[in-house]
Design a protein around this ligand. Structure first.
Ligand code: OAD
Length: 258
């Protein structure tokens, strides 16, 4: 595929999607970059500074351990991350992904993003492997609630039922992945995918790279959309080195009948 020019790559990507029924679309922070959200790594990344003003690494500040030890400190940094998504909404990338699902009912969005933009854009088959910021759950009892803006709650929030701390239903550093989304991913992976697309992720976790390895092993096509590429770019059938919103919009237009 290396010999193809950009237009030909877009054409080929559109053809792969048209020819596929079961599609896994893996997304990461880069997909929300065009909504104005910072990514975690790379230019302007949230983790780039490393140390927090409290003298601890950001990975320590927003860890499961810190949520137990010092919920107020952990919440302080969670609010900063939530703040960056406030007033922002989904972009053309999320929109096209939701449109594609309408044509391909067996398209699954496997996202690491906690911003809920895929759901807001209309995607139904969404596997949120890192949870989402909108759902709060009690650290002690079964209480859960939904919130769209952390400014409307006291920080750290207290459970109205048992008076212990609430926390966002997201995976913090050092925590296990949630059982339900993992189960759904496993179930769909066992049925196999005709195509795997990875958009806007640095692909640092094994559960993110594994579906790409699996597709490559079984000779299935794969597409990566990432302006700078990732550690596993060489594995993909097609690399689209451009912003996700632009790439997906161009692909979608190629798929429309004229
Ligand atoms: P990263 O910040 O690690 O990577 C974002 C990727 O998006 C980079 O490879 C960028 O090159 C790419 N990118 C930037 N702008 C883009 C655009 N407009 N279109 C497409 N790609 C673009 O984010 P993730 O891979 O999502 O976990 O990070 C994975 C996880 O690490 C996050 O979910 C978070 C973090 O620790 C938790 O919070 C549990």
């Amino acid at each position: 595929m290396d010999t193809l020019n950009e237009d030909q790559r877009i054409d080929q990507a559109a053809k792969f999607i048209k020819d596929s029924n079961r599609i896994l679309l893996i997304t990461g922070a880069g997909v929300s970059a065009e909504s104005g959200l910072p990514t975690y790594r790379g230019e302007g990344g949230l983790y780039n500074d490393g140390m927090t003003p409290d003298g601890i690494a950001i990975e320590e500040a927003i860890s499961g351990r810190m949520m137990q030890k010092d919920p107020a400190l952990c919440w302080k940094y969670l609010v900063q991350i939530e703040q960056s998504a406030r007033n922002a909404t989904f972009n053309r990338a999320h929109e096209v992904i939701a449109l594609l699902e309408k044509e391909k009912p067996e398209l699954f969005v496997f996202t690491q993003n906690v911003d809920s933009f895929h759901t807001m854009a209309g995607s139904k088959n969404t596997i949120e492997i890192h949870g989402n910021f909108r759902t709060l759950r009690c650290t002690h009892c079964h209480y859960t609630s939904e919130t769209v803006d952390y400014r409307t709650i006291s920080i750290p929030p207290i459970c109205p039922e048992c008076k212990k701390f609430l926390r966002p239903d997201v995976v913090l550093f050092g925590e296990m992945l949630p059982e339900e989304p993992l189960r759904r991913l496993r179930m769909e992976s066992n049925k196999g995918f005709d195509l795997v697309i990875s958009a806007g992720t640095s692909s640092v976790f094994p559960y993110i790279t594994e579906p790409v390895f699996a597709a490559a092993r079984s000779g299935k096509p794969t597409i990566e959309i990432n302006p700078t590429g990732s550690e596993i770019s060489h594995l993909f059938t097609i690399n689209l080195a451009m912003p996700a919103g632009i790439a997906l919009d161009r692909i979608y237009h190629r798929m429309l009948p004229y």
